[in-house]
Structure formats: C-alpha cells, structure tokens
Design a protein around this ligand. Structure first.
Ligand code: NAD
Length: 260
C-alpha cells in the first residue's frame, strides 16, 4: 500500500517508534530511522519487515531537541529520499516529579523533545506534502494528551500541546491530501515505562511484577499493556485511503484509560 512513499519516524531505535517503523515497512514504505543508541539492529529489523518490497532503510541521528539538527535531518531526507511523505513524530522522554521539585532543565528538555520537535518537523515536512498533495503527519501523543496524572506536569503539558498542534495542522491542511492526526496510547511496555515500573518497585519496596500490576490497575481497565504492533496497525490505517478524511483526531488506544 505504501510502496514508493518515505516515512520518517523520530525516536525509532526503540519501543513504539520501532514498532511503527516495522509496520510501515511491511506495507512497502522506505523508512528513515532516528534516535539514540545502536541503529544497526533496528535497521536490520525494519529491513527484514519490508524485505518483500525491497525497501530502503536509512538512519539519521539528529537530536530532536535541536532545531539545527532537525533541519539537517530534512536535508538528508530531501537529498536521499526526495522528501518525507509520512512523518511520525514519536521521539519522547519522561521525568516524574511534583511541579515544585521539577528540574528546570528536565522541563525544557521534555517540551523541546516531546512538543517543539514536532513543530519543527511538521513545518519542514508540510511544504513537500502540499506539493505532492499527499502526506500523513502522525503525532504520538498519549492518554496524557487527554487527561493528566500527578507528577507529570511537563509531559502532560507537552502531550496536550501536541494534541493542539495536531488539530491546528489538520485545519490548515483540511482541503488537501495531507492529514494530521494523533495517536494517544495508554501504557506500553517499553524502556520509557519500564523505568517508571522499576522506580515504583524501589520506592514502595515491592517486586517489579507487583509494581507492573499496580501501574496497570491504577489507570488501564484492560489490565493489559498496549503493544507497539497495535499502534503500528493504527498508523498503517491512518496512511490508508480509508483514512483520507480522518483529520485532527486524537485517537486513544489505551485499554479504556480515558473512558473512565
Ligand atoms: P522509548 O524510550 O522506548 O523510545 C524513545 C525513543 O526516542 C528512542 O528511540 C530514543 O532514542 C528516542 N529519543 C529520546 N530522546 C531523543 C532525542 N533528543 N532525539 C532523538 N531521539 C530521541 O519510549 P516509547 O515508550 O517507545 O515512547 C515513544 C513515544 O510514545 C514517546 O513520545 C512517548 O511519550 C509516547 N508514549 C509512550 C507510552 C508508553 O507507555 N510507553 C504511552 C504513551 C505515549
């Protein structure tokens, strides 16, 4: 379905971004990976997922908190892939502390990576999408883009902001073949969440398994983690012709979290 398209997935060396990259590759899209750490293993995984289609998989290590590196990433995408057709704004970090104790540099980093990076990538991607009259912007927000939790002021502010950005961009592109939507996952068992489970186990003096059960029990009625594959399936749908008039939604995939 996506043969000949190029998808840039930010923060795709791990977790949800890698899952979405695999699923888009399986539909035939070329993939530009981004993120920190080892890029060889994720690249091999994504190439394998798209092997039936002979896709290309590139990597650019831009730090998404730095607008100049994001600009460089887009120069790479333009010269090597003829631009970005599908933009998945996924890179994100977390820090948990009450607002009065929240380290200022952590606030700045979360806003830069989880929110401002999506502004920079979108402003750079939309002109090319408009020129082709086809494009998909998919923002990985969160259940925390719709409701809050204590201790997560920066993350909740950034994710609510990302949902707002999604709606504005969707309106600006509403008469074109470019759509912009957000995916709002509940708990997904990735390194970002594993850290929170381990911190909870240590703080409460309980096992990691118990902390995991408590985390799900508190917020996610299904008592099951959402998987990167399920989120990848939704991203594939949002890229399909059936979704060409789905605009500005913030679609929760959260085991019932925000239905409560
Ligand atoms: P993860 O920690 O597994 O992956 C994060 C990715 O972002 C990694 O590839 C990392 O290298 C990259 N990254 C971090 N800082 C970066 C930077 N400055 N520049 C470039 N890349 C950077 O996390 P995840 O759980 O897969 O999260 C992915 C997205 O999904 C995030 O935006 C997160 O907020 C969101 N999300 C996650 C959950 C969850 O339960 N895991 C729930 C809702 C939303």
């Amino acid at each position: 379905m996506l043969k000949g398209k190029t998808a840039l997935v930010t923060g795709s060396t791990s977790g949800i971004g890698l899952g979405i990259a695999r699923q888009l590759a399986a539909q035939g899209a070329n993939i530009i990976l981004n993120g920190f750490g080892d890029a060889d293993a994720p690249r091999a995984e994504v190439l394998q997922a798209g092997s039936a289609h002979g896709i290309r998989v590139g990597y650019h290590g831009a730090d998404m908190s730095k607008p100049s590196e994001i600009a460089d990433l887009f120069k790479f995408a333009d010269s090597e892939y003829g631009g970005v057709d599908i933009l998945v704004n996924n890179a994100g970090i977390q820090h948990v502390a009450n607002v009065e104790d929240f380290p200022v540099e952590k606030w700045d980093a979360i806003i830069a990576i989880n929110l401002s990076s999506a502004f920079h990538t979108t402003r750079l991607a939309v002109p090319g999408m408009r020129a082709k009259n086809w494009g998909r912007v998919i923002n990985l927000a969160s259940a925390h883009g719709l409701v809050a939790s204590a201790g997560k002021s920066a993350y909740v502010a950034a994710k609510h902001g990302l949902v707002g950005l999604t709606k504005s961009v969707a309106l600006e592109t509403a008469t074109t073949g470019v759509t912009c939507n957000a995916i709002c996952p509940g708990w997904v068992l990735t390194p970002l969440v594993q850290k929170q489970i381990e911190a909870r186990a240590e703080k409460e003096g309980i096992s990691v398994e118990q902390a995991q059960k408590e985390l799900l029990g508190e917020k996610q009625p299904s008592l099951q983690f959402v998987t990167p594959e399920q989120l990848g399936d939704l991203a594939v749908f949002l890229c399909s012709p059936g979704a060409s008039n789905v605009r500005g939604v913030a679609w929760n995939v959260d085991g019932g979290w925000v239905a409560q």
